[in-house]
Design a protein around this ligand. Structure first.
Ligand code: DQA
Length: 152
């Protein structure tokens, strides 16, 4: 079974209490549960993690290079700042789907640029927690395409 790392960056541990008008009321735990259900239906294994630390995120992306078949990444604010995350993603050479709960293009200008996008196969933003489930579907299709299997 293919393994997908679902990695979450800084402040996403505060979901549910942080700016619910922007990020919604789902907690990160709720999102993980939704992902577990969706992944089971798609026959994917997931490893769902969150960190507030850039170096930890880089370490996990490097780990994915060895242990995962794809990465779903909400890098939080590191999206807009981190060359280190971009370099790690490029080195990982895996399908990457970038996710944001909010529509970063309807927000401040500094959120419009994403380093992560330079390494991403696709970007999903503005659809709240549902974006993670859609990202899992995209990964399932990308991996099925890679192995020649029929997608779900
Ligand atoms: C975010 C958008 C980022 O701009 C912000 O820094 C976050 C969350 C989102 O999911 O909408 O922390 O990635």
């Amino acid at each position: 079974m293919a393994t997908v790392f679902i990695l979450n960056g800084p402040n996403l541990n505060l979901l549910g209490v942080r700016d619910p008008a922007v990020y919604g009321r789902d907690t990160l735990g709720d999102i993980e549960e939704r992902c577990l259900r969706r992944a089971a239906a798609l026959k994917l294994e997931i490893d769902f993690r969150q960190t507030n630390h850039e170096g930890q995120l880089v370490d996990w992306i490097q780990e994915a290079r060895e242990s995962a078949d794809a990465i779903i990444l909400n890098a939080g604010a590191f999206t807009h700042t981190s060359l280190a995350v971009l370099d790690a993603l490029s080195a990982a050479d895996l399908p990457v789907i970038e996710v944001h709960l909010s529509n970063i293009f309807r927000r401040e200008r500094f959120r419009h640029h994403s380093y992560v996008s330079l390494a991403a196969a696709g970007v999903i933003c503005g659809l709240g927690a549902q974006g993670y489930e859609l990202a899992l579907e995209a990964v399932a299709r990308l991996l099925a395409g890679r192995t020649g299997e029929t997608s779900q």
